[in-house]
Ligand binder design. Structure first.
Ligand code: ZN
Length: 328
């Protein structure tokens, strides 16, 4: 089996990690019985399938779309769970120790990563998807640079919420396709075909969102949300963000900051403010009471939601619909 090594500059894998992934893939191919015997009894152990663990619901969805029935995907961080405060369990480490590929959302979202990797051990290839995508800087919130820096939080550097840009999502699909092809070269064409189909669906979704947002005049494109998760969306769609908290759901606003936001909403005549499905909407209630802005509904900020929003495409469409209905 002399599969050429796929050299992808997008994959920031160490040479050693890539080699070990190929070795694992080869061992599984040559001796499936042995692999079955030595593998611990985990739900992710179906023979002949690439075993993948994902640390983000969005990546779990991408992995299923690209991997189809050639891949077993286990999502550790479930939809509705706050990824900023997630704490991996020993069972999570167990899953990782017997998997072949681990998908990381990256850009600092998984604060637990270093410790978790050490705890999990194993021979998996860790694919930092976010590291291959362009970053927006985490903002300091106050463009007028006054003395209102209420939290000097730990999120200097990149904003981790890259998936709210469809352009980034498409790049991420490419990263995962290459990672799967490297780990299971025999199924390379299969992954490529499924990824191409999914990219077409993402393009169709992007067009739909553009059409929906066309109803909103430029000066209505102001998004007031609980935490600062929609910068990538804002940049791609021409919105301004007025975030109540910081980049992490851990950052809580001061009363001074809330007063400032209330004044800005009044001055800009913002019609609606939005809360997030993993957030406590108490501060939002206070702001709507003070400004007369309505509650525009719930946005899915940090992963996937329920029902129609339980897929990436569904989540993106649901957010766009909620925003248009609230602001028009
Ligand atoms: Zn977030």
């Amino acid at each position: 089996m002399h599969a050429p090594r796929p050299a992808s500059p997008l994959l920031l894998l160490s040479r050693a990690a890539l080699v070990s992934a190929l070795v694992v893939a080869l061992a599984t191919f040559v001796s499936p019985l042995l692999a079955q015997e030595s593998a611990p009894a985990t739900p992710a152990g179906a023979p002949g399938k690439l075993r993948v663990v994902s640390l983000s619901p969005v990546l779990t969805d991408f992995a299923k779309e690209i991997g189809g029935d050639k891949v077993d995907v286990v999502g550790l961080v479930k939809p509705g769970v706050d990824p900023h405060t997630y704490d991996p369990t020993p069972a999570d480490a167990q899953q990782v120790s017997s998997t072949q590929v681990v998908l990381i959302s990256g850009k600092g979202l998984e604060g637990y990563l270093t410790k978790f990797r050490q705890a999990a051990g194993g021979k998996a290839t860790w694919v930092d998807v976010g590291a291959a995508l362009p970053s927006l800087e985490a903002p300091e919130h106050d463009h007028d640079h006054d003395d209102d820096h209420d939290h000097h939080h730990h999120h200097h550097g990149a904003d981790p919420h890259w998936w709210h840009s469809v352009a980034n999502a498409k790049l991420a699909v490419g990263v995962i396709r290459e990672a799967f092809a490297a780990a299971a070269p025999a199924d390379k064409e299969y992954f490529a075909g499924r990824a191409a189909e999914y990219l077409e669906k993402l393009d169709a979704m992007d067009k739909e969102i553009k059409v929906a947002l066309a109803d909103l005049p430029r000066d209505a494109r102001k998004l007031v949300t609980s935490h600062d998760a929609f910068q990538y969306f804002a940049k791609e769609r021409g919105f301004t963000i007025i975030a109540i908290s910081g980049i992490s759901t851990r950052d809580q606003p001061s009363s001074k900051k809330i007063v400032k936001i209330i004044n800005q909403i009044r001055a800009d005549k913002v019609k609606a403010v939005f809360y997030e499905s993993v957030e406590n909407p108490k501060v939002i209630a206070e702001i709507t009471k003070e400004t007369g802005a309505k509650v525009g509904g719930s946005l899915v900020a940090d992963g996937l939601g329920e029902g129609a929003a339980s897929t990436y495409i569904g989540m993106m469409k649901a957010n766009a619909t909620t925003i248009v209905q609230g602001l028009k």
